[in-house]
Ligand binder design. Sequence first.
Ligand code: PLP
Length: 375
Amino acid sequence: MSAADFIQVNTPRLGAREKELVNECLDSGWISSEGPYIARFEQAVAEKLGRRHAIAVCNGTAALQVAVDALGLGPGDEVILPSLTIISCVAAIVRAGATPVLVDSDPHTWNMDVDAVAACITPRTRAIMPVHLYGLPVDLDPLLALAQRHGLAIIEDAAEGLGGSYRGRPCGSFGTLSTLSFYPNKLVTTGEGGMVLTDDDQLALRCRRQRNLCFIEQRRFLHEELGWNYRMTSLQAALGLAQVEAWDQHLALKLALGARYQQGFADLPGIQKPAVAGIHGDANIYWVYGLVLDDGHPLDAEAAMRVLAQRGIGTRPFFWPLHEQPVLHARGLCQGLRLPVAERLARRGFYLPSGLALSVADQQRVITTVRECLQ
Ligand SMILES: *Cc1c(COP(=O)(O)O)cnc(C)c1O
């Protein structure tokens, strides 16, 4: 097997329209975050998700930070979120000086166990941060009800749920603030990029300020708060405009990719496949296609991934639970906390090549190889 035969875990889908719009942007001379491209891209995504405001930023991690800061979260405030997610979620909370409260995963959906959230609410709780893990929409209704009852904000991390919907409404339309990433493995990519979405005029203004060093309107270079330079460039926004045009196509590709994997592994014993849909029938859009090895399976995720790599198949492990992160323990957070489902998923779970440009032939090779190696 030559290096060229290695099937990467992700390959983005970029076409002629991307080149056309990026070139048009270059020709226009608008290459910073000034000019028309950012606003056009923001409007295109806001329209897709039915949101009033969209604020483009330089990546999804920055989007989460801007959302946390726009809400004014800080010392003494608690935010409830799943343990099995990317570090970006907790980093935003910890950097703001607020306290993360982590909940375990649901063993069937791999999403946060929404039934565990109510018991985590204290007088200090200010927000819940649900994450649509690996493309399966979180069961949001119980969380929205809790938020309503206790006056909490929802920070919806929809980076992996983009294109999906929950009870007929798009993922990314539910949060007081919702966040997206446009990393190359996401449904829409700008290379690096992210976005915050909200319907609240005041919060939108705060996000725009946070994104751009907290300049204020009255006097340029006078600052009442510290912000960030998290601006997106127009070149990225131009790329994003072409990607938004391909949104429906990308979604169809993801659904087809997931369906082929599900069928390819339908009779494969000893392995848990992703849920096809959430409890209300909301389709998994297979941001990535994960597998979880049963406890009785002779291999753990690490060993399975090693065998597959030798056979030319790229994979990635599941997230490592936040409550087991040394960086949080070092800050005196989450020490001694046990969340057994998340711990098990991290050790038994990994995902297969799931990129939008993965060919059917290459996917067939992945399926055949997985069957041979993990049978
Ligand atoms: C990709 C991702 C992010 C952050 O993305 P970056 O753009 O890489 O900073 C945040 N949350 C989730 C759930 C993601 O999948």
